[in-house]
Design a protein around this ligand. Sequence first.
Ligand SMILES: Nc1ncnc2c1ncn2[C@@H]1O[C@H](COP(=O)(O)OP(=O)(O)OP(=O)(O)O)[C@@H](O)[C@H]1O
Length: 336
Amino acid sequence: MVNQDSQASQVQHKVIIKAEQLAFRYPSNDFPSIDNVTVTLKKGKCTGIIGPNGAGKSTLISLLCGLLTPEKGQLTYYVDDESSQAKSTLLTKATNSQAFIEQHIALIPQEYAFYPELTVKQNLQYFIAISERKRDKQASILAASLAQCQLTHVANKKAASLSGGYKRRLNIAIALSKSPDIIFLDEPTVGIDPVSRQEIIDLLKTLKAQGKSLVYTSHMLNEVEQLCDDIILLEQGKALAVSDLTSSNMMITVSFLAHPNTEMLRKQLQVLLPDIDTAQTQLNIKIADISQLNAIFTCLAQNMLVIKQLHFSQNSIDQLYFSVYHSKQATQDGAC
Ligand SMILES: Nc1ncnc2c1ncn2[C@@H]1O[C@H](COP(=O)(O)OP(=O)(O)OP(=O)(O)O)[C@@H](O)[C@H]1O
C-alpha cells in the first residue's frame, strides 16, 4: 500500500528544488548519464528515484546535491523566508545555491562514509565538530544523534566492528547530525537484513513526519512504496515517468442497485471528478486525493444510491515499474 500520510497529502507542498532539463555526461563516456531530466522536489515529501543498475540514479542525486555540475539545464533552490509575501505559494529563490546546499542538504551515500578505525562516538564527534562550531552545543547534538539512530549502546564500539545494519545507521546519523532539511539517501538499506531495513525505513518515516524532505533511491520497490509520495523512473539517464503515487493510482469501485437516473448521477459526479466511468450498476472513480471521498459519498447519498459493494484499489509500484518497462520494451521491439 502506497504511503498516505494524511498530513502530507493535504498540505499544499512548496517546491524546494526545481531541476529543469538537466543533462550530464562523465568526461570518459560518449553517452549522457543524465539526459534532459526535469524534477520538482517538494517540502515535506519523499521522492523516490528508481531504475535498473546504471540508470543514472546516483548521478542525478549528485547533480541535485551540487556534487556534480550539470552540462545543461537549470537547478533552482528555494528557501523558507518568513518575510516573503510569496510564502504561502512558493518559497523564495536561494540567492547562493552553494550556501543553501551546505546549510540545508545532507547526502547519505551508498558507500560507508565514516572512519572504520574510530568508534561510533568518535566518528560523530568528528563530523559534528565540522558542522557545528559552537563547542557547548556539540555534546547535546552527539547525544541526540546517537539516540535518534539508536546507536547509544554501541557508541564506544569501533565502526569497523559494527554489523551492516549499524554501519548503515552510523552513515545516516552522521548526515543527520547537521540537522538538514533535505536528505538524499542513496540505497541506504542495501545489504542489510529485513529487520534492520524496516528500522531504517521507520526512522525515515519519523523524519518525514517532522517535515524533512527526502529523496530516496532503492531497488527495494516495497520500501519506495512505503515511504515515497512521488517517484521518478530512470532508464539510461532518461526519466521515463514521473508519478505522484498518492494522486494517480487510487481507484474506488462502487457497485449499486439499479438507479433510475444514472446519467444525471454521472454528470453530477463529473463536476466533482472528471475521471469517472459509469456503468449501469457500477461507478469506477479514480481519485486524486483521499479527501475527495467526502464529496463523492455526499453526492451518492443525495441521489439515494443504494450501495451494494465498495472496492478500493491502488496500483502497486511494482505494477507501475513493470508496466512502464514493458511498454518501453514493446515500443523498442516495434521500432526494430
Ligand atoms: N565516475 C564515473 N565515470 C564514468 N562513468 C560513470 C561514473 N559514474 C557513473 N558512471 C556511468 O553513468 C551511468 C549512470 O551511473 P549511476 O551510478 O548514476 O547509475 P545508478 O542508477 O545509480 O546505478 P546503480 O543502481 O548500479 O547504483 C552508468 O552508465 C555508469 O557506468
